[in-house]
Write a protein that binds this ligand. Structure first.
Ligand code: RP5
Length: 178
């Protein structure tokens, strides 16, 4: 997979995954970036199967105009750390549930980076995918007031939905069957 879904604009974020089999767990990252209008590109790139290409990608990323790298892997999850070793861009790591250890192994591999090479590690699987994209938007919003405004709208709409759910639950509990 090698795609720029919004190729009219230069990608600011790259979503990288160790295998095409990871994509179903990552779709929410792409959907979230699209929702905020952030141009992104998607690649399969493995720290183990394409180690040379992974290093080349990380080394060229900043010069190509990318601002944030999102890296996901499930088995012996070294992709985020390998990219972070070769770039000073922020790297957000998503551990994936691809092995019989259900992602706990990938969580440890992604999070336990030695001091000096940080990887911002999110939750395992689709929750992490959504939050990695949101964190990327928040990083980009530091220099983009329009994106900042959209983040405020996003939080306001979550708040409204939660308060509505609270009111509905209270009504059901106080007037059952009404
Ligand atoms: C990891 O190994 C990939 O990120 C994937 O989660 C896992 C298995 O890959 P496939 O054998 O499905 O290609 O490197």
């Amino acid at each position: 997979m090698n795609a720029n879904p919004m190729n009219s604009t230069k990608p600011l974020v790259a979503i990288l995954m160790g295998s095409a089999s990871d994509w179903p767990q990552l779709k929410d990252a792409a959907a979230t970036l699209s929702r905020f209008g952030v141009p992104y590109e998607v690649h399969v790139l493995s720290a183990h199967r394409t180690p040379v290409e992974a290093v080349e990608f990380a080394r060229a990323a900043e010069e190509r105009g990318l601002k944030v790298l999102i890296a996901a892997a499930g088995g012996a999850a070294h992709l985020a750390g390998a990219l972070a070793a070769h770039s000073t861009l922020p790297v957000l790591g998503i551990p994936l549930a691809s092995t019989s250890l259900n992602g706990l192994d990938a969580l440890f591999s992604t999070a336990q980076m030695p001091p000096g090479i940080p990887v911002g590690t999110l939750a395992i699987g689709p929750w992490g995918a959504t939050n990695a994209a949101l964190l990327a938007v928040q990083i980009l919003a530091l220099g983009d007031p329009d994106l900042k405004r959209r983040l405020h709208e996003h939080k306001a709409s979550m708040r409204a939905r939660t308060l509505e759910a609270d009111a509905k639950l209270h009504q059901e509990l106080t007037c059952p069957g009404a």
